[in-house]
Design a binder for this molecule. Structure first.
Ligand code: RNT
Ligand code: ZN
Length: 422
């Protein structure tokens, strides 16, 4: 497709949207400025650089597609390659297990990590113009005691993970200072029980106590949040950090937010509806977008109805647009990992564009004046307006390939770079 024909179809599409009072150019600018925090862990199956033992904590990466990034250089290169195919502003979301150890800065355990172990990431992010977000890594480590950490009955275990989490908050604060930015610090723990627990209250009380210690010091460059879950693999009977637990915790603690991961609810719950449900109570709503197939399987996001519904709740009002912090969280090892990133993050951008192009004010007016038939029929109309041409133009204007041009680039990178690993 030549430049001319791309823009020709854009002009027609733009006119069609303009008939409904929608300013496509302004919307494209607005979207290009909204950061999406892209998880680094799609590139290496959530393994990180600091342990040999593999993944644990009720999450799983399935598949053994060749070419996994094995170190900092490879992960950086793959991330850059993927992001060269994604429009819009990006942040990189790091986990503590991606600490970089060298001869100068040899390996230390997770309770002793410092900013210096992440400085190379920060230097690189500065160069590329990426923001950074950060996560304690409370899984995949010998100090996980029976898959319990911050809620463990064992004080030594709790203390280790409290120390780790505090170290992570300090690192995040320093990253924020370096980038003159705020860093989202998300605490997710797998703690739970495979079989019917005898005590459901004790672990919750211990988790409250641990979290209070972790968040005690106020750090101006850090936005703290906690992520709930309904169950994990091998932890089916109870999750300590459940939805009600963290909703209550975040509501009662100044400056701690509740992160919504759309894979972390019962399959028939509408995670999109949780966004407006908590917006009146918080000035920030952090989000992990993923795709669950039958369970929290963390497939790469697609431009499907679930993602569109989530994007609609982010784009309907200025309030949601400002408050929702969008991050991706998926990991598929059965396909090319760069291809997974490209597809998943592009799908998020595409869904946000689709959401911004809806006649949201008109639809709200119809609802508030009980014109439900008109609302329904207008919503249907917008499903098949020439959205594809707008998306193509958004890609062209942001200097990234069209959907149809991405696969050959992924294939070429696999041939030239990833297939030479192992
Ligand atoms: C796990 C959570 C959590 C992790 C990452 C690696 O179910 O979604 O966010 O995926 O922290
Ligand atoms: Zn998540």
């Amino acid at each position: 497709m030549g430049e001319l024909s791309k823009l020709a179809s854009y002009e027609i599409a733009k006119t069609r949207y303009a008939e409904f009072g929608i300013d496509v150019d302004a919307i494209m600018k607005k979207l290009a400025n909204k950061p999406v925090s892209v998880h680094c862990w799609q590139g290496d199956d959530v393994l990180g650089f600091d342990q040999e033992g593999g993944l644990s904590g009720g999450i799983q990466t399935t598949g053994n597609y060749p070419g996994r990034a094995r170190n900092f250089e490879e992960l950086k290169a793959d991330f850059e390659k993927a992001m060269s195919m994604v429009p819009g502003k990006k942040r990189i979301n790091l986990h503590a297990c991606y600490a970089i150890f060298t001869d100068e800065n040899p390996w230390v355990d997770r309770d002793k990590i410092e900013y210096k172990h992440f400085k190379p990431w920060v230097d690189w992010a500065k160069e590329k113009g990426y923001g950074i977000d950060f996560n304690p890594t409370i899984f995949g480590h010998p100090k996980m005691n029976n898959e319990l950490s911050l809620s463990s009955p064992d004080k030594e275990t709790r203390d280790f993970w409290i120390k780790h989490s505090i170290a992570c908050r300090k690192i995040a604060e320093q990253i924020g200072k370096e980038l003159d930015d705020q860093v989202l610090l998300n605490v997710w723990i797998p703690d739970g029980f495979k079989d019917v627990p005898a005590d459901r209250l004790g672990p919750r009380k211990r988790l409250v106590e641990s979290l209070d210690k972790i968040f005690e010091e106020k750090l101006p460059h850090v936005i703290d949040c906690v992520e709930s879950k309904v169950f994990g693999i091998g932890l089916e009977s109870m999750t300590v950090g459940s939805n009600e637990f963290y909703m209550s915790y975040a509501s009662t603690r100044e400056g701690v937010y509740n992160l919504i991961d759309n894979g972390h609810y019962h399959p028939l719950e509408n995670a999109a509806d949780k966004i407006p449900a908590i917006l009146p109570f918080f000035d920030k709503v952090p989000l992990h977008v993923t795709r669950s197939v039958r369970w929290d399987s963390d497939h790469a996001c697609l431009f499907d109805d679930t993602l569109k519904e989530i994007a609609l709740e982010i784009t309907k009002t200025d309030e949601a647009w400002e408050k929702v912090i969008v991050a991706t969280d998926f990991f598929d090892a059965s396909i090319n990992r760069v291809g997974a990133w490209v597809t998943g993050v592009r799908a998020v951008e595409k869904a946000l564009l689709f959401g911004l192009l809806q006649p949201n004010k008109d639809l709200t007016r119809m609802q508030d004046t009980y014109k439900f038939t008109e609302k329904m029929m207008t919503m249907e109309t917008f499903k098949s307006l020439p959205f594809g041409a707008i998306w193509d133009a958004y890609c062209v204007m942001n200097d990234v390939p069209l959907d149809s041009e991405c696969y050959p680039l992924v294939e070429e990178y696999e041939k030239d770079v990833q297939s030479k690993r192992d």
